[in-house]
Design a protein. Structure first.
Length: 224
């Protein structure tokens, strides 16, 4: 029977972290979301009766998030509760992503860690929680029909960065797909996701500073 997650409003949630054991694994039982910039639709989690680490292709155990609607630029943290399952469990995450932020995006960043909001701590390489490492044999996809907004992916243990295109304001990606290896020995982990706006705030600031410097230089040149 599928476990249907409840929508959780912005608030605090306790977190207990234990050391990971690579020879074992975890089964995801429920989840909650934490952020002030987006809404999240209901989801389902397929039961994982047996471990299946490093399955080639999409995992039969799926976490399905119907839609994540960004109404601002910032990270969305989804915390997943975990129980021991006797061997590493690989989940296929399938998400709908809606850009209602008011800005086009040039990329999308996904990270693994623990805690949420200001208490978020990045997962460490080799701790057993990863994006299908070390073989990366399950493809990452960001594929709204008729084409992909972000056809290029950098996939490491703790990060996925999608890029190579533009997702316009009002665009919907149905669906973004990627795999997570979940180990035993933890009670909860976090999936942090952040859109990369166009232009990026830092880049926009540098452009403005550069334009101001160029204008000042031209004024000095004319006076000479």
């Amino acid at each position: 029977m599928k476990n249907f997650a409840k929508l959780i409003t912005y608030g605090a949630q306790s977190l207990a972290l234990l050391s990971c054991v690579h020879a074992q694994a975890g089964q995801v039982t429920s989840f909650g979301w934490h952020s002030g910039v987006a809404s999240l639709a209901a989801t389902s989690i397929d039961p994982a009766p047996t471990p299946n680490d490093n399955v080639a292709g999409p995992s039969p155990y799926e976490i399905f998030v119907t839609q994540k609607n960004y109404v601002g630029i910032g990270p969305v943290d989804i915390t997943f509760d975990v129980v021991n399952n006797g061997g590493t469990t690989e989940y296929r995450v399938k998400e709908g992503v809606q850009n209602s932020s008011g800005l086009p995006w040039t990329g999308y960043h996904v990270e693994l860690g623990y805690g949420f909001d200001a208490s978020f701590v990045k997962s460490l390489p080799g701790d057993g929680l990863d994006f299908d490492a070390p073989n990366y044999d399950s493809p990452v996809q960001f594929d709204p029909p008729p084409g992909a907004y972000f056809p290029t992916f950098v996939n490491t243990e703790e990060d996925i960065i999608a890029s190579g295109g533009v997702m316009p304001f009002g665009g919907f990606a149905g669906y973004f797909r990627f795999n997570i290896d979940v180990p035993d020995g933890i009670t909860q982990f976090t999936l942090r996701q952040s859109p990369i706006p166009f232009p990026e705030p830092c880049a926009a600031t540098m452009l403005l500073l550069g334009a101001a410097a160029l204008a000042a230089y031209r004024k000095r040149s004319i006076r000479r």
